[in-house]
Every structure is written in C-alpha cells, then in structure tokens.
Design a protein around this ligand. Structure first.
Ligand code: ZN
Length: 305
C-alpha cells in the first residue's frame, strides 16, 4: 500500500501479503525500541512484533467483525473473527481469528490491516486506517463512507490470507520489514485474498433472497462503491491533473514493488458490482497508471507530419 514494505520473514519465503490498504509511510526517523525496558509477553503477538495495544477504534472494529462474521457463517466458513479486547484470544483454536487493535510510533512504515507472520490473527491499526480513509474520503465531492463495512471487507480479505495460508507480514520493532519479495507472487496473493472476500460478499448479495444476511452484504457492497467514488473524486479534485499525467505518487506505491491498494479496491469493487460504472472506474485508474509507466509526454508532437 510505498517502498513497498513487503512483509518478509525468512528471506522471501515468508511474507508477501501486502494487505489491504498497505498504506506505508516512509520513516525518516529511527524506530524507537518500543519494547525496550518493558516486559514482553512472548504469547502476545502484538508486543512480540514490537507494536502496542490500543483501545482506539474498538467500536468500529467490533461492528466490522460482526458484519464479516455474518457473511463467513453464510458460506459455511470455519473461520470466525473475535475481538481480543472482549474475549481472551484463543490462538490455539484454528477456526478463531483474533483481531488486535495496534499502534506504533509516528512515521513508522505500517499498514492499516494485516495478518502478521506466525499468527492466525489480524492486526488493525486504527490510526493508519483513519489516515488512509481521510485522504480518499475527506473533501468536496465525497460521499460519507461506512467505515465499519469497509473494514469488514478488509477483514474478509485477511481471513482469505489465513484460509489460503498466504505468508504473513513481518513486523520488526514496530515497523513493517521491507524485503525484496517477488512482486508477481505478492500480487497473486493479494488478488487471491481479494477474490476470497468478494466471493463471500457476492454469495450473500446476489445469491441470497432478501434477508438480514443479504442486507449486510449490500451494506459492504455500498461501502466499496462509496470508496471507489471517493477515490475518483480525490484524484479528480485533490490531485487535479494527476490522471492526465499518470502521476506516480497517486497511481503507484512509493516503491512500485507492491500490489497497489487503490487498484485492488477498484478491482474488488468491480468484482462485486459487475457493472459498467465499476469497470469504468477501474479502467480510468489503469489507463492513468499506464500513462505514468511510460513517462510519455501528455501530448504527442508530430512536427514531421
Ligand atoms: Zn492482503
């Protein structure tokens, strides 16, 4: 979601999952030793990765995991998301996926939502998530975003990583490790997780008769539409000219090695909606990025003609 901090664990074998919204901020400062001087519980995946627990965002995440669990149950999935702050995390029960609210030091390279290496659990960083959403959804022309339903989709994506045994993301001393992971592998794992999540939404949204389950799926679907719209508004209004030029800071990750989060949101939205409008938003993004790839001038000059 950047110098693409790709989770790594064991030199390339372990991680690649660039999780939804890998909004990574480049650190200009040295990471402080978060755990220094404190007793780190070795059975606590949060402190083990150099992160801190936070109570921020618990309400939103509680709604999100309830929403995601409705759809997981609908497809007969063995997985259920549980809040680590209201129940004791059961890391030994494979079907339970504890969700931890985490934070790290300012400017750390991080991501809003991730499955860390070595744990079938999910980290949600509410500060990073809020910051990423604010970029897309604050300002003129934007629609109010249903954050719990957007986060529900992200959580389904993370469950997809666990279900498909994708490599987790490596955090070291509170910051995502950066490794040279094969971009094509990372992209495939991200798309796999996106397709896992979208299929669950579609199963409830399209194949179910009207019910509380299909309504939940439609709320998630609507959140994806809203975010896709807001992303387009952000590029058109806040970043005027970026689409024509394929501005790299808008259409690419800082270090190009990661699957692009913005693209994946639009791709997932298209999978869920299957409409010409959703395809147009995706096409617009891809065409602009293509222009940015070639570094071609905005206008071709044919002076010899
Ligand atoms: Zn992911």
């Amino acid at each position: 979601m950047r110098s693409t901090p790709v989770p790594l664990v064991d030199h390339r074998a372990r991680c690649l999952s660039l999780c939804l919204l890998g909004v990574l901020t480049t650190s200009l400062q040295t990471a402080p030793a978060l755990a220094e001087g404190s007793s780190v519980k070795t059975d606590d995946p949060v402190t083990l990765h150099g992160l801190r627990h936070t109570k921020r965002g618990q309400d939103v995440t509680t709604k999100a995991l309830a929403s995601a669990n409705v759809l997981l149950a609908n497809v007969g999935s063995q997985y259920r998301l549980t809040s680590s702050w209201s129940t004791k995390p059961s890391l030994d029960i494979s079907s339970q996926v504890p969700v931890f609210m985490v934070e790290t030091y300012p400017a750390a390279r991080t991501t809003p939502v991730a499955v860390p290496v070595g744990c079938s659990c999910v980290f949600v960083n509410p500060g990073t998530l809020s910051a990423w959403i604010a970029i897309q959804s604050d300002g003129p022309g934007r629609l109010k975003l249903d954050v719990p339903r957007l986060l529900a989709f992200m959580l389904l994506h993370e469950v997809g990583h666990i279900a498909k045994n994708s490599n987790g993301m490596e955090f070291e001393n509170g910051e995502l490790s950066e490794l040279n992971v094969e971009p094509s592998i990372a992209k495939l794992q991200e798309q796999d997780a996106d397709e896992f999540a979208t299929k669950i939404v579609i199963d409830a949204k399209v194949k179910m008769p009207p019910s509380s389950i299909s309504i939940e799926a439609n709320w998630i679907s609507a959140a994806m539409v809203t975010l896709s719209w807001n992303m387009q508004a952000h590029r058109s209004i806040d970043e005027f000219g970026a689409t024509a030029m394929g501005k790299q800071s808008v259409f690419f990750d800082p270090n190009f090695s990661h699957p692009n989060l913005d693209w994946r949101i639009l791709y997932s939205n298209y999978l869920i909606q299957g409409t010409p409008e959703a395809k147009a938003l995706l096409n617009s993004f891809e065409e602009a990025r293509h222009r940015g790839e070639g570094h071609k001038p905005l206008y071709e000059h044919h002076l010899d003609k």
